[in-house]
Design a protein. Structure first.
Lengths: 256, 93
């Protein structure tokens, strides 16, 4: 049985193709302005990786904020549903899922059976997510992929007050002018984002095991901030940004 | 399931919490016509139950969407909360 999951995120579109429960192809594309075109491209990439044709896919389930716009799709699930299902498959002992993407953050608590018990979404501008780190890396003039390792060099705690990316950027500029070491600013940026995600996690009453997914999970500095704030070890899957699409592909297979 | 929709920013924590298990047995969904700003909608959730949710459009601006119901002084009971026969709606601010 071959199914696909497509995650129409705000910044990137991910496609995962499953054959009898195994991933045989996956692909990611920037959403850009033409998300449908980007989705078709992501699909084509995953098909090529899998070495199959579109007609071989028996069912496709879409998830993500733009799921209504997904091509080749017969079925939709919310991001909460697909995240929970994907994580359940990878880590049956997971009870809390944190998904931090480009423009939103999510906390989900599940039952022992994997059913969603509580969830909290923060969908306000870039104030809890990846776009925030991107604008901060610009303000610091540090490439985004270096922001995480840089912040790990710091053990200073500088509180950042701004909750919004625009104001935080000017706060960072002020710290730069005050000759605050860049690693301390980088850590402050990650601590600020982590505190918002922790506030979501507390809303759902998080319990271990905690799994972090979404593109921001690649940022080691953010993960360190989150682990310190939650006082718990966090599990990161191998491909954290594909877990939603993976969950959607599993849900498609279960619906056949 | 407890669903939290909204956001936290420098001004505070602006979330609507919906205990959606209550919505499953709610036949008429009176919260929907009660809301003058069309903040709420009925959706089919991932377990194929029809439940109340905050619309995508309002999630990012919920503080402002609900502002007409929440004057600074002498705030009256919220129309959505009053309309809900199952006590399923809670506002955090
Ligand atoms: S009135 Fe209350 S129980 Fe009924 S759908 Fe609305 S929130 Fe749910
Ligand atoms: S407080 Fe007013 S505007 Fe907000 S959801 Fe309730 S009825 Fe609608």
């Amino acid at each position: 049985m071959i199914t696909a999951g497509i995650d129409m995120g705000s910044k990137t579109i991910k496609v995962v193709i499953l054959k009898d429960g195994e991933i045989i192809g996956k692909s990611i594309e920037l959403a850009g302005f033409e998300s449908r075109e980007a989705a078709e491209k992501a699909f084509a990439g995953a098909l090529e990786a899998a070495g199959i044709a579109q007609g071989d896919i028996e069912k496709t389930t879409a998830t993500g904020a733009g799921r209504k716009n997904a091509p080749y799709t017969e079925h939709e699930v919310t991001e909460v549903g697909s995240d929970a299902r994907g994580v359940r498959e990878l880590y049956p002992n997971a009870r809390t899922v944190l998904d931090v993407g480009a423009e939103e953050g999510r906390a989900i608590r599940t039952t022992d059976e994997g059913k969603v018990l509580d969830f909290a979404l923060n969908e306000k501008c870039a104030a809890g997510a990846g776009a925030f780190t991107e604008s901060m890396s610009r303000a610091l003039e540090v490439p985004i992929e270096e922001l995480g390792p840089l912040s790990l060099q710091s053990d200073a705690s500088i509180p950042m007050n701004a909750q919004c990316a625009v104001f935080a950027e000017s706060e960072v500029v002020t710290l730069v002018h005050a000759k605050t070491p860049k690693q301390d600013i980088a850590r402050a940026v990650h601590d600020a984002i982590a505190s918002r995600i922790v506030s979501l996690a507390r809303k759902v009453g998080f319990e271990p095991d905690v799994v972090l997914i979404g593109g921001v999970a690649y940022n080691t500095g953010f993960v360190d901030s989150l682990e310190r704030a939650l006082e718990t070890k966090i599990i990161i899957p191998e491909d954290p940004e594909f877990v939603g699409a993976y969950g959607a592909a599993i849900i498609a297979a279960e619906g056949l | 399931m407890k669903a939290h929709y909204g956001y936290k920013d420098g001004a505070g924590d602006f979330f609507i919490i919906i205990d959606t298990d209550n919505c499953i047995e709610c036949a008429d969904h009176p919260c929907i016509p009660a809301c003058p700003e069309s903040v709420l909608e009925i959706i089919e959730d991932d377990y194929e139950d029809m439940v109340c949710a905050v619309t995508m459009d309002h999630r990012k601006k919920i503080k402002y969407s609900c502002a007409p119901c929440k004057p600074d002084r002498d705030r009256p009971p919220l129309l959505c909360v009053t309309a809900c026969p199952k006590n399923a709606l809670e506002h955090l601010w």
